[in-house]
Structure formats: structure tokens, C-alpha cells
Design a binder for this molecule. Structure first.
Ligand SMILES: Cc1cc2nc3c(=O)[nH]c(=O)nc-3n(C[C@H](O)[C@H](O)[C@H](O)COP(=O)(O)O)c2cc1C
Ligand code: SF4
Ligand code: SF4
Length: 245
């Protein structure tokens, strides 16, 4: 069984391709009602500020793996993962771990990658997924992670600051071009948004900060303070629609 969490579709794409290669089932972990007893469990998710997202940490802590089960983690990231996997391994037994660079969606801190770079990352990722599937098929216990050069200095600091200060929903707001489609509210994975008088309102003080609402709004009406103004928007789906073979 392949479980995934995804804001803008990168991790969902990787999970679905892995499931295809392994002839396995795939499921969004926010929709799981009953845990799988399959021999091999794979979790796919993004990296947030050099951490595995809290919702995924909780999911993995509660997997209650049986002795016959193996657990693999595949993370997607814009660049590198710092000490995310080391931190996770303090609490969860992992049989293998991989990181895959995919287009960056953290437009609060940076801009989206140029289109050519997005394409180069996605094409390279496809080959990596094939290799990961082969490793898993063979039952190899491999860790192929890009920690980045500065992980040992700033790894813990970046994660702690993110958890404390960068998950607030306060800076979210909606601009006047909003067409009241309610997609943002319907698709927030942690139900942080409600529609009030036809406009989205962030009703929880913190959220996972997956940026799905911001990137998938069809009229780009959602901003996070001033930092997302004049930045691009990215989803794997939009990329794939404009790169049909
Ligand atoms: C809040 C947040 C923090 C992020 N932090 C990192 C990071 O520390 N390192 C990195 O390489 N990418 C980082 N990214 C980029 C994402 O990990 C990357 O784009 C990922 O593939 C998105 O996956 P998704 O499309 O499945 O949501 C961050 C993205 C968000 C939204
Ligand atoms: S997705 Fe965009 S257009 Fe639709 S309700 Fe949300 S902010 Fe408005
Ligand atoms: S409010 Fe937006 S950024 Fe926060 S979890 Fe929901 S979709 Fe993701």
C-alpha cells in the first residue's frame, strides 16, 4: 500500500507512479479509515522546512506496524531535506528512505522554479521513482537522501522556527477577483477554510501550510501577506497539462 500526503501534487504524482510500477494500491492518507496489513507500506510526502509534515509524522507514529511489515518513506522537496529523516527515525522504524527533487512550491520564501527547471526535475524524478520501485521490489534497505550542505548547522533550528511561527493562517487573505467557487475550502486537507458570505475564511489559527489553497485557486486570488504577491503559482497538474506528449 502506498499512502501519500500532497499539497500541490508532486508527492501524489510520485505515489501514483510508484503504485503503478509496483502494481500496488495508492491512497491519500487524510482519507484512510482502516490501516493496511500489506507486507510493504510506502509513505510519500513533501518536506516542510526540513521536516516531515506534522500530519504525516502523526500518521506514521500510529501505523502500528506488524513484524512482517516493512516501511519505506519517499519525500519530495524543492532542493534538500536537511535532517528530516534523522528526526523521524528517532520515533519511527524505517526500512528505506529516499528524497526526490521536484518543483518548489514554497512561494512564501522563494518563487516557483523557472519552467525549464520544473521540467528537468520532473523528468529526472521519473527515473528515480523507477529505481526506488526496483529497490522496494528487491526488498533492499537503502537510504538515498539529499540532506543539503547546511543541514548539520541549521537543520533543527529551521524546523523549530517553522513549527512555532510559520504555520499561522493569519496572513492568508483573498483578493477581489475571487469567484466564490469554494475549491479552496473543499480541498484543504485539514478543513482550515470555510466559506462565509461567498468568500474563504481561514477558521483555524494554524494549518499544515501545504499551500494547496494558494496554488490551486483558479484565479490566483489567495495571498499570504506580501510575500506571495507577484510570485508564480505551481501545481503538478498544471505542469502536466501544458506538457502533454
Ligand atoms: C511550507 C513549505 C516548506 C517547504 N520547505 C522545504 C524545504 O525545507 N526544503 C525543500 O527542499 N523544499 C521545501 N519545500 C518545497 C516542497 O517540499 C516541494 O515543492 C514538494 O515537492 C511539494 O510537494 P507537494 O506538491 O506534494 O505538496 C517547502 C514547501 C512548503 C509548502
Ligand atoms: S479557490 Fe479562489 S476563487 Fe475559489 S473560493 Fe477560493 S479564493 Fe475564491
Ligand atoms: S489552509 Fe491552505 S495551506 Fe493551510 S492546510 Fe489548508 S490548503 Fe493547505
Amino acid at each position: 500500500m502506498i499512502y501519500y500526503f500532497s499539497g500541490t501534487g508532486n508527492s501524489q504524482y510520485v505515489a501514483e507512479k510508484l503504485a503503478h510500477e509496483l502494481d500496488d494500491k495508492v491512497m491519500n492518507l487524510v482519507e484512510v479509515e482502516q490501516l493496511s496489513l500489506d507486507k510493504t507500506i510506502v509513505v510519500v510526502c513533501p518536506i516542510y522546512s526540513w521536516l516531515v509534515p506534522e500530519i504525516v509524522m502523526d500518521f506514521m507514529r500510529n501505523l502500528n506496524l506488524q513484524s512482517h511489515q516493512s516501511l519505506y518513506l519517499v519525500v519530495t522537496c524543492g532542493d534538500n531535506v536537511g535532517r528530516a529523516i534523522d528526526r523521524l527515525k528517532r520515533e519511527v522504524r524505517l526500512d528505506g528512505a529516499y528524497s526526490i527533487a521536484m518543483p518548489n512550491n514554497y512561494v512564501i520564501g522563494f518563487d516557483v522554479d523557472p519552467e525549464l527547471e520544473q521540467t528537468a526535475k520532473i523528468l529526472a524524478a521519473r527515473g528515480q521513482v523507477d529505481q526506488i520501485a526496483e529497490d522496494i521490489r528487491q526488498g533492499l534497505r537503502v537510504e538515498r537522501i539529499n540532506k543539503g550542505r547546511f543541514a548539520q548547522y541549521f537543520g533543527s533550528f529551521a524546523g523549530t522556527m517553522f513549527q512555532r511561527f510559520a504555520r499561522t493562517t493569519k496572513p492568508f487573505y483573498v483578493q477581489e477577483q475571487c469567484i466564490s467557487c469554494s475549491m479552496c475550502a473543499d480541498e484543504c486537507p485539514v478543513h482550515s477554510i470555510e466559506m462565509v458570505d461567498g468568500k474563504p475564511v481561514w477558521v483555524k489559527s494554524t494549518c499544515q501550510m501545504c499551500l494547496k489553497c494558494l496554488h490551486t485557486c483558479p484565479v490566483e486570488a489567495i495571498q499570504y501577506g506580501r510575500s506571495t504577491l507577484n510570485k508564480g503559482r505551481y501545481t503538478y497538474e498544471k505542469w502536466s497539462q501544458s506538457h502533454r506528449d
